[in-house]
Design a protein around this ligand. Structure first.
Ligand SMILES: C[S@@+](CC[C@H](N)C(=O)[O-])C[C@H]1O[C@@H](n2cnc3c(N)ncnc32)[C@H](O)[C@@H]1O
Length: 311
């Protein structure tokens, strides 16, 4: 593993996963393999790791060499969880599943991937390298649709003004690089410079979520996980923004029967169903101040965990 790479909340996540000998685990977001390696070192367990980004394969190969049959890797979307474990001749998981969501530092640091507003590169933003690019998305949407993406997935309060200027500028000069987009956003958000976050943070987040269908994938992943976890097995999620944390929180509340934050006036499906999961941590676990100081990306991380109970 590269010394520069610091997986966010790794120790807390491995503890929450409760890694034990002879059980099967899934790391649904392999990245550079930091979590995967820590899981394999924690106990004599088996691990199946998934990532939709083909660039990580070289790191997976290193772990295959070191841990032999205990480790396998699938280059796929984690929504395909059920079919992936079937390929590994399994229908259920008895240890647990962890997902450390979002982009990796490896993706952010490579200007050619187009994820970072701090590096000039093509407007790409595709984790898997397939499908439409951010540039194609920007050109395919009208002003209203573009503004909706920036608002829905980035909660960008200046979404309308940014969309308006993008539409005006994209016809004057080809909008094909991250820095050209940053320039447009900065023009709209010129008074926001003193704020803690970069003016393009929310717009870049929004486009990235749209391109990679991140929220839809997360929902599919949670549903698939619910089906395949055996009693005693855990599901651990690390989220990085309120949109994904809200999806995880509501899903966990629903399947554990936790009434907080649910609309009490609406009859809940769970009331008639037997509860099959319990919450491990009532409040989300946050990174220590020390970690946030060392790694800016950790500042918005939240860890939530549940465990399948015997019914
Ligand atoms: C934050 S990084 C994970 C870092 C990892 N925990 C480590 O220790 O290196 C997130 C990874 O999840 C992958 N990813 C995001 N969404 C995915 C999805 N729907 N299916 C599969 N992989 C996904 C990304 O490609 C990225 O490599």
């Amino acid at each position: 593993m590269n010394k520069q790479h610091i997986p966010v909340m790794m120790i807390k996540a491995i503890q929450a996963l409760n890694v034990r000998d002879n059980l099967d685990y899934i790391d649904a977001t392999f990245g550079r393999g930091g979590y995967s390696q820590a899981i394999l070192d924690q106990a004599k367990c088996n691990l199946l790791s998934i990532d939709k980004d083909l660039h990580v394969k070289k790191y997976a190969k290193q772990l295959e060499k070191k841990y032999k049959k205990r480790f396998s890797f699938f280059n796929s979307n984690f929504t395909e969880l059920e079919s992936i474990i079937k390929k590994n001749k399994k229908s259920y998981i008895n240890g647990g599943i962890v997902a450390d969501l979002g982009v990796s530092s490896m993706q952010l640091d490579d200007p050619n991937r187009g994820f970072s507003f701090n590096k000039d590169g093509p407007l790409d933003m595709r984790m898997s390298g397939v499908g439409i690019t951010a540039q194609e998305l920007i050109y395919s949407l009208n002003e209203k649709e573009l503004s909706k993406v920036l608002w829905d997935y980035g909660e960008e309060t200046k979404s309308r003004a940014i969309a308006k200027l993008i539409v005006k500028e994209r016809n004057k000069e080809l909008l094909d690089t991250t820095f050209k987009l940053v320039k447009i956003i900065k023009k709209v958000k010129k008074n926001d410079y003193k704020k803690r976050i970069h003016p393009a943070t929310k717009s870049f987040q929004a486009l990235r979520i749209a391109i990679n269908q991140e929220l839809k994938s997360l929902e599919g992943f949670l549903k698939a996980s619910e089906k395949i976890l055996l009693p005693g097995a855990r599901l651990v999620l690390i989220t990085f923004h309120s949109l994904e944390d809200r999806i995880v929180k509501l899903f966990f509340n629903k399947i554990t029967g936790n009434k907080s934050n649910l609309n009490r006036h609406v009859p809940q499906e769970k009331e008639t169903k037997k509860i099959k999961f319990k919450i491990i941590n009532k409040k989300p676990i946050l990174p220590d101040l020390e970690e946030v100081k060392k790694n800016k990306r950790a500042r918005s991380a939240k860890l939530r965990a549940i465990e399948r109970v015997i019914v």
